[in-house]
Ligand binder design. Sequence first.
Ligand code: NDP
Length: 525
Amino acid sequence: MAKMIESAASRAQTPFKNEPVIDFTKPENRQAQMEALEQVKRELGQTYPLIIGGKKITSGSTFASVNPSQPDQVIGYFTRATVEQAGEAVKAAAAFETWKHVPAKERAGYLFSAADLLKQRRFYVDAWMIYEVGKSWPEADADTAEAIDFLEFYAREMVRLAGEQPVVHIESEDSELVYIPLGVGAVIPPWNFPAAIMVGMTSASFVTGNTVVLKPASTSPMIAWQFMRILEDIGLPAGVVNFLTGSGSTIGDALIEHPLVRFIAFTGSRDVGLRINELAAKPYKGQIWLKRAILEMGGKDAVVVDETADLDAAADGIVASAFGFQGQKCSAGSRAIIVEPVYDQVLQKVIEKTKRLTVGDVTKPETYMGPVVDENAMKKITGYIEIGKQEGRLVAGGGHHGPGYFIEPTVIADVDPHARIAQEEIFGPVLAVIKAKDFDDAMHIANDTEYGLTGSLYSRDQQRIERAKEEYHVGNLYFNRKSTGALVGVHPFGGFNMSGTDSKAGGRDYLLLFTQAKAISAKKA
Ligand code: NDP
């Protein structure tokens, strides 16, 4: 272990750099991705256990994770945990009592080792994501790259936090401040960044000395399983991360209400986030702390364009923000707000660019958009398209086809800022285009939702850019670029209002959410 500590300490001193994405125009990379897809195809349809305290448990019933491009193809069968097993997983996470004593640099060392292994398995994990959630090659790879970034970033952050912290020194005492872990955490990620967000929340939890019950989203358990394999292969002690698959609505409450659970790290929808917030606020029998809820929720993000903007760049940004990964990103620019003088021009460009997007087989490298994640998503999104046809003018897309859950990129123009499709998170490839009278009106419309996650402004007017820095109330604000694609360390990520608890994943403040600070002073002799 001394070697691991030493190597983590020296690696932590090297500057963090974002992992480059794979260039799929290179034949060797295309070949490697094709081979990984073939390998994954051969491995489809197996059955996977829960992992509780290091023990693999396959008893009980299972559920299937399926390929949304081809729903009769089973990715894998996962064990449906019971409420009792949720309790057992929390108890197993009492490994906290030993894990919390493991030195911070050693814990960081596990993250570095996991990052190395994930780099080695890059094409393989990308391939699973292409199959399990219908990501295009570049989207899948960006997700894996971000997961690697979180591991690399949080390992360095932990070493920094474990170092000496600044306190004011007085003559009569020796004082220090240390960050200690919280306890057992329930980590509940979504399916849309099945690698990055799951790895980010889980690794932030255990690198800080906590233990984890990881309950992955039921539409993407395979990616979480791949991470569990990595943690096993690097020798992470049993019980530090427990793997509990099953429906959130069945076992979620049991986890959140468990008196031994000290914190909940959740990323997902507004409604589930609000429910968790409410449940976590109540003390349960035997509970001796206030539970901490770290909640990252939805968005209704806007791309604003004024009359000074580069209109081609703006149209490119609108289309990329709205339709990347089928619009299933919390940062998706699902509203384009365009000032009146350039409205028709920009709209026309957006329509043309949207019509050029390809929708279909994501196992082919040239496909831009795949399916939406499941039948429920399909029904919800196509329902919103019908509402949108009443609320505005359908100018592109609108259709869908099977047998997978494929929906055309859809643009609805002339939408009122208070229309449902301009206010509610659709989480699919549906763009509402809204006309603003002028820049003031555009800013007002942009802020006029209950969310505050990301926002973009395309403008060449420096004064307006300065105003937007003050007035545009979002956690991640971008100028003259798309609203998606936050990079770890560069764009610490998380939003305001109903977008969550204002946390910043991939930023210097993030690990503090998983710790508590202890101030220690000794009177000098
Ligand atoms: P959901 O809220 O449906 O699910 C998220 C997670 O919560 C899943 O693991 C789910 O499990 C679980 N869950 C569901 N019901 C409960 C419950 N009652 N108690 C405890 N856990 C429960 O969101 P999606 O997975 O559909 O993700 C999409 C949402 O995530 C969008 O709203 C998006 O904006 C948001 N998001 C926010 C981000 C941010 O940084 N702010 C980033 C990425 C996404 P199961 O799958 O078994 O139902």
